[in-house]
Design a protein around this ligand. Sequence first.
Ligand SMILES: CC(C)(COP(=O)(O)OP(=O)(O)OC[C@H]1O[C@@H](n2cnc3c(N)ncnc32)[C@H](O)[C@@H]1OP(=O)(O)O)[C@@H](O)C(=O)NCCC(=O)NCCS
Length: 142
Amino acid sequence: MQPIDIFPVIKIAYESLPERYSPMIFNKFYESFSEGFLVAEKAKKIVGFIIGIKTSNETVRIPMLAVHKNYRRQGVGSALITQMLKKLRLQNIQHIDLEVKTSNTAAIQFYKKHGFVITENIPSFYQTGEDAYIMKRELQPS
Ligand SMILES: CC(C)(COP(=O)(O)OP(=O)(O)OC[C@H]1O[C@@H](n2cnc3c(N)ncnc32)[C@H](O)[C@@H]1OP(=O)(O)O)[C@@H](O)C(=O)NCCC(=O)NCCS
């Protein structure tokens, strides 16, 4: 991730995620923990991104992950999360968590495939009234 990549990242976020994030939040995430901000490129075009933010010395939360709709089911999301887990291990991060809509079966299947487990169900977590699952993954030190 380079600072100039923020623009295509914001575009993918707007097209892929229902939440409307302020563009400034992307810069904030990058400045606070640049190791947790990764992009995927195909033919020099940014086609996906993942953001991890540190919530304690050993814990990272993933607030956003998205792949452009034309590039899904081609392993791009897997490449992003695999690379992120590798980097976080080197940073001695031990716990990763995230929230996902209980209706987002694609993301839930995706995270399960990458070793995350559902640990909680939070009713009406989102402003829309939708429920969330908390999913977690433990990391063994390298
Ligand atoms: C979730 C997301 C990032 C997955 O990215 P992707 O590049 O398509 O994922 P991959 O190709 O690496 O898929 C890996 C595995 O995840 C699972 N998976 C991915 N998409 C799936 C779907 N639509 N339905 C069921 N399982 C799915 C499958 O097990 C898949 O392996 P397979 O293709 O061999 O069956 C993508 O669907 C996306 O951007 N969704 C919209 C944004 C979003 O919901 N983000 C998460 C918010 S918490």
